[in-house]
Design a protein around this ligand. Structure first.
Ligand code: URP
Ligand code: ZN
Ligand code: ZN
Length: 457
């Protein structure tokens, strides 16, 4: 073996057992006892888990008059430091562009910069007969998942006909439609009303994005998916009412899958009332919700109603970016950082606090996203032949999630006051150590574009 990881507890989505793991040519080659190899990593006292897969990031996203502050270089280094070895980002089709052109633009952003492996979804900005055909070509080249924004009227939002046609086509070609589910027309009305009334503060962002708008759009998207028989994946779910729509859809036999993100599990909307415009750090869409919703989401993760935890990583600096909205909440760029903190937060608040097992943790941060997005069996599990993307997870390692301790290219940490227990000790991609002692030691640009399989859920 090129490398043997000895003495750890191997953790998959279904099992935990003590064994050595052998790596050859970047793949997992052997699992057994008393293995020997050219290089040995002692994993005593550690968990050996599949590397994390974050199915929802926005590196270098042009949005609301600015650009998200992590590019594929800084963002993937940060991801790796938090235990994530694969991201799936979103290429967004602008008006007049083909899906292929949008994809090329995003692949160019990532090429030579991404330090971990990456896939792309394509966000559909307009649907016509040519685009319908192009969706099939996307699946053929390894991009089997698409995004529909039901919100952001005037920029990313598309109409229900586009959503419905995308679902119909996805069903034919082994595609998966992901949706940002909020009622964009209603949000637009509320935003304009509140701005006209002189409401400026960050809290008005939340009050312009009520949970009803999310629940209604979630329900609508699921019903449309159910009519077509296509699977649907609802991104960044925030509230109990939207979760009810997922449960109802699934009870009807629809193929409905849901994602939430750590920020919706940990924070509530009182964050928007922090003094000195600090609430702007938490302005994102959908927004943080009232107490009670995080608890419902945790139950959804534990009980199986939600299948994945992504981040919606879309950071903006407080100085110079979030500040664009000091006099107008509607001009605060929407989004927050998270790609590095996802796994430690979910482990600490999920596993340590007894909400679910370490196996469920692996399912939510790695195996689930791999299964849903056409990456299994190469990524997302520990099995012979899989890429040796591994996290040697130290369940006793404590870290404060301060700006100084993190690597994301953003001038603040939303989790500044939070300390977690459970953190990566080492991270490997295809058998190479890429994170040691909390520092990225891999090669910038070594990340590979992942051609994913068609998705048949
Ligand atoms: O506020 C957010 N979520 N920004 C990123 C774009 C999106 O909606 O996913
Ligand atoms: Zn979104
Ligand atoms: Zn997003």
């Amino acid at each position: 073996m090129d490398l043997v990881i000895k003495g750890g507890v191997i953790v998959t989505a279904t099992e935990s057992y003590r064994a050595d793991l052998g790596v050859e040519d970047g793949s997992i080659a052997l699992i057994g006892r008393n293995l020997s190899g050219d290089e040995v990593i002692d994993a005593s006292g550690m968990y050996v888990m599949p590397g994390g897969i974050d199915p929802h990031t926005h590196m270098e996203l042009p949005f609301m008059g600015t650009v998200s502050s992590d590019d594929f270089r800084t963002g993937t280094v940060a991801a790796a430091c938090g235990g994530t070895t694969t991201i799936i980002d979103f290429a967004i089709q602008s008006s007049g562009q083909t899906l292929r052109e949008a994809l090329e633009i995003w692949l160019e952003k990532a090429e030579g910069k991404a330090s971990i492996d990456y896939g792309m979804h394509v966000a559909i900005g307009a649907m016509d007969d040519e685009r319908m055909a192009e969706m099939g070509q996307m699946v053929e080249i390894g991009v089997p998942s698409f995004k529909i924004f039901m919100a952001y009227k005037g920029t990313f939002m598309v109409d229900d006909e586009t959503l419905f046609r995308s679902l119909l086509r996805a069903k034919e070609i082994g595609g998966l439609i992901t949706v940002h589910a909020e009622n964009g027309d209603l949000l637009n009305y509320l935003i304009n009303k509140h701005v006209a009334e002189g409401r400026k503060e960050p809290i008005w962002h939340a009050l312009s994005h009520p949970p009803e708008a999310e629940a209604e759009a979630t329900h609508r998207a699921i019903v449309l998916a159910g009519m077509t028989g296509a699977p649907i994946y609802v991104v960044h779910m925030t509230c109990a009412d939207a979760l009810e729509a997922v449960k109802t859809g699934r009870a009807k036999g629809f193929k409905v899958y849901g994602e939430t993100c750590p920020q919706y599990l940990i924070f509530t909307m009182d964050k928007y009332e922090e003094p000195d415009f600090e609430g702007a750090k938490y302005v994102m869409s959908p927004p943080l919700r009232e107490k009670g919703n995080p608890e419902a989401l945790w139950r959804g993760l534990a009980g199986g109603d939600l299948q994945a935890v992504g981040t919606d990583h879309c950071p903006f600096n407080f100085v110079g970016q979030k500040e664009m909205g000091r006099d107008n909440f509607a001009a605060i760029p929407n989004g927050m950082p998270g790609v590095e903190t996802r796994m430690p937060l979910l482990y600490h608040f999920g596993v340590n606090e007894g909400r679910f097992s370490v196996n469920r943790f692996v399912e939510l941060v790695s195996t689930g996203p791999a299964r849903l997005f056409g990456l299994l069996p190469r990524k997302g599990t520990i099995a012979i032949g899989a890429d040796a993307d591994l996290v040697i997870w130290d369940p006793d390692k404590e870290r404060r999630l301060t700006r100084e301790n993190l690597h994301m290219n953003v001038d603040h940490s939303p989790y500044e006051r939070i300390a977690v227990k459970g953190f990566p000790s080492l991270v490997l991609q295809r058998g190479e150590v890429i994170v040691r002692d909390d520092q990225f030691v891999g090669k910038v640009g070594a990340g590979k574009f992942l051609k994913r399989s068609p998705i048949h859920l």
